[in-house]
Design a protein. Structure first.
Length: 431
């Protein structure tokens, strides 16, 4: 596992560049997922515009205005924050003892860098406005194509999605939040709940596209394959970083400090004894809280490596587990009782669903149907993976379920009911 690019370069090519620790692998893949989503959504909206399903809109803008005090202040503050932290990180940060995330949320930084960058950013904004300034600003009517809104849609989805994912994570782990709210809030990019992000991003994006004259049903269809591929790419980040989004213990395997895997017999006593020794490494307060499943690699799949069924997440970003031999750096731990690599499974499932949706997208002629199919597949995938994944349980109508299982069940039912109603309505119109 490679929690950041410093570790990636060190373990792959043997070069240690401390400054590369600023590039977190999870954050990198999340950024890539948004870029991939923006690219695919642009392609889909162009296609739908060519088919006459979405249309251009007219917007009134004012051109020729000079830079306002708000423009200059906004640019200056942004520049100050970048200079304060970036230059501060370069000259004031101890790369061996402090993480970039800790530095970014601290009060440390470079005042000289902040003031310099703030001034430069404000000046560049002023200069750009001066180039287009008119003696008398005027109004113009411009044509806006739906695909030209993708940049704004991506930013809105990213910001609202991260905030929603964080809010739902705290709700799901309310006891931990109440015990240490400051600590939970300071770890801003740690602990993100996908469905929380999906729900909040959907609400905010829906408001924006309606404001700009795009019919939601066509946007939802365009977004269906985009959402699932973005999810799959984001899960690559979870897998590479080893961020705790893994499965329950696979008690059929053990791994030593040299990372040699061995199979063990199905014996409850052995499993209970090992769990009793290691339970603290699995965020459990007692051995009874550590879920496990005994699953040995099937003979028909003997060609696959053991790690496909049980992975120990060496060098995980949480630094959870027992020490690895011959490792004296940060992130030198691994899980002594390997777990199901559920993030890897989700990558495979998400990319498979994307391939299917992308294949049928031009063949589905009923508006809204593609998004309904996406909801069915998304709900099914997440509900199934939750059966072998570590997550916080909750009581609902006499059942013990996870938040994700509850939401995925609702999404599945919404998708199934919507698909049925759309099909019947279309059949009635054609009759």
């Amino acid at each position: 596992m490679y929690p950041n690019f410093r570790e990636l370069f060190y373990y792959t090519i043997g070069i240690d560049i401390p400054a590369l620790a600023v590039v977190n692998t999870f954050g990198f893949f999340v950024a890539i997922s948004f870029l991939v989503a923006a690219w695919l959504l642009t392609k889909e909206l162009k296609r739908k515009e060519a088919e006459g399903l979405v249309h251009v809109t007219k917007q009134k803008i004012v051109v020729g205005k000079p830079a306002s005090a708000f423009d200059l202040a906004t640019s200056g503050i942004l520049g100050f924050l970048i200079g304060f932290k970036v230059l501060g990180m370069m000259f004031n940060m101890d790369w061996d003892t402090q993480s970039p995330q800790e530095f970014l949320i601290s009060k440390q930084g470079s005042w000289i860098g902040g003031l310099a960058f703030g001034g430069i950013f404000a000046y560049l904004t002023y200069r750009d406005k001066e180039k287009t300034k008119l003696a008398q600003p005027k109004e113009e009517i411009i044509t806006v194509h739906p695909y030209q809104l993708v940049g704004n849609i991506t930013v809105i989805a990213a910001v609202s999605g991260i905030l929603g994912a964080k809010i739902f994570h705290h709700l799901e782990n309310w006891d931990d939040f109440v015990k240490d709210p400051a600590g939970q809030l300071s770890d801003f990019f740690g602990g993100l709940t996908f469905y929380g992000g999906l729900i909040c991003a959907t609400i905010c994006v829906l408001w924006y596209i309606r404001k700009n004259g795009i019919k939601p049903v066509h946007m939802f269809d365009a977004a269906a394959p985009v959402l699932i591929v973005a999810y799959g790419v984001g899960r690559i980040g979870c897998m590479v970083a080893g961020d705790g989004d893994w499965g329950v213990v696979n008690s059929a395997y053990r791994v030593d400090a040299d990372r040699h895997f061995t199979e063990v017999a199905a014996n409850d006593t052995i499993t209970k004894n090992d769990i009793a020794n290691y339970y603290r490494y699995y965020e459990a307060n007692s051995p009874e809280e550590v879920p496990s499943i005994y699953f040995k690699k099937p003979g028909a799949l003997s060609f696959l490596p053991d790690q496909f069924f049980a992975y120990d997440f060496p060098h995980n970003v949480l630094e959870r587990g027992t020490p690895l031999n011959n490792c004296n750096r940060k992130f030198c731990t691994h899980l002594p009782m390997p777990v199901f690599p559920t993030a890897f499974y989700e990558v495979l499932m998400a990319l498979s669903i994307f391939a299917f949706l992308w294949y049928i997208r031009k063949r589905i002629k009923i508006p809204g149907m593609l998004f309904a199919i996406y909801l069915i597949f998304n709900g099914t995938e997440r509900f199934l993976i939750e059966s072998i994944r570590v997550n916080t349980k909750m009581h609902f109508l006499g059942m013990v379920v996870t938040q994700a299982q509850l939401i995925s069940s609702i999404l599945f039912l919404v998708g199934l009911i919507t698909a049925t109603l759309l099909y019947l309505n279309n059949k009635r119109k054609r009759a």
